[in-house]
Design a protein around this ligand. Structure first.
Ligand code: ATR
Length: 281
């Protein structure tokens, strides 16, 4: 007997804040699919058993959020090379034989959002400047390297952390001290903020855009607020801007396609629904 009902989930701790169900339920509804996407509150010490339980409970797979993205690697049967390079997994698929396959869709989500938000942007057009060296930065750097950006400058408060990340990614990245963040923008074609600066409740991002060419695209990973002070400043001086909510939405696409068998679209209606969820804590 077969059953068309399919389930997927997001595992996190805490998980209550996750907006992923809004997105996946929108796609399920839009495509008339029988299934659901739920939140699973899984404490760190229960991740292994929780993942092993997926197949028995009939889940097609799950997303992972904080604090599971790195620790999950140890519990998977197969890990996609890009996820291995990033050192984190956020999309797990239960294979037909019950084995678990892990991938990372953040790099895909970043580049898909950038291309959708800044049509015509190409990797070959010039250097990129990436602020920050945390988890989000890893995915952004992996995406830019894969896209073939000719020169990547990482600027981070803790320069050693940026240098370690560059070494780990095995690429020729330029690591610059935080004090040089303003001048690092000279000649750049893309600026990406992956730090938490500018987020509601976090300190401001103290950055002068004077050296940034007018043709450069500015992308902020922060999406609360949706229009960060960085994006507002970039827009005022004529740069094209791309907000961070799109990365969150686009990173959901590979999981949905793997679990439910349909390539989902990012529509204005979906974006509007996600924006509405940002208003609630
Ligand atoms: P995530 O995984 O979401 O990327 P993270 O690992 O905490 O989060 O990384 C946050 C990034 O913001 C880091 O690059 C951090 O710089 P450090 O590596 O020096 O910690 C950066 N960041 C946070 N607060 C900062 C501040 N006040 N000034 C400059 N950079 C800051």
């Amino acid at each position: 007997m077969t059953d068309s009902y399919r389930l997927a989930a997001v595992m996190g701790w805490p998980v209550a804040h996750s907006r992923s169900p809004v997105m996946h339920r929108y796609w399920l509804e839009r495509h008339g699919l029988d299934g659901d996407y739920v939140k699973l509150a899984v404490p760190p010490d229960r991740l292994g058993p929780a993942l092993r339980g997926l197949a028995n409970l009939g889940f097609a797979g799950c997303n992972l959020t904080i604090p599971h993205k790195e620790t999950a690697l140890a519990f998977l049967d197969e890990v996609d090379p890009q996820a291995r390079a990033i050192g984190a997994v956020n999309t797990i698929t239960v294979l037909p034989d019950g084995k678990l396959h892990g991938a990372n869709s953040d790099a895909f989500g970043f580049i898909a959002n950038l291309k959708a938000g800044a049509p015509g942007w190409t990797a070959a057009s010039g250097p990129a400047v990436v602020l920050g060296s945390g988890g989000a930065s890893r995915a952004v750097l992996a995406a830019l390297l894969q896209a073939g950006v000719p020169e990547i400058r990482i600027v981070n408060r803790t320069q050693d952390r940026a240098a370690a990340l560059a070494k780990q990614l095995g690429a020729d990245l330029k690591v610059l001290p935080w004090e040089q963040r303003n001048t690092a923008l000279a000649g750049a074609n893309l600026l990406v903020n992956t730090t938490s600066l500018g987020m509601t409740g976090a300190p401001a991002l103290d950055l002068s855009l004077d050296a940034l060419p007018a043709a450069a695209v500015v992308n902020d990973i922060v999406y609360v607020p949706l229009e960060t002070p960085l994006l507002a400043a970039a827009r005022r001086r004529g740069n094209r801007v791309v907000d961070g909510l799109g990365m969150l939405i686009h990173q959901g696409r590979p999981g949905f396609a793997a679990w439910f068998g349909i390539e989902p679209e990012v529509t204005p209606e979906l974006r509007a629904r996600m924006v509405a969820t940002l208003a609630t804590p």
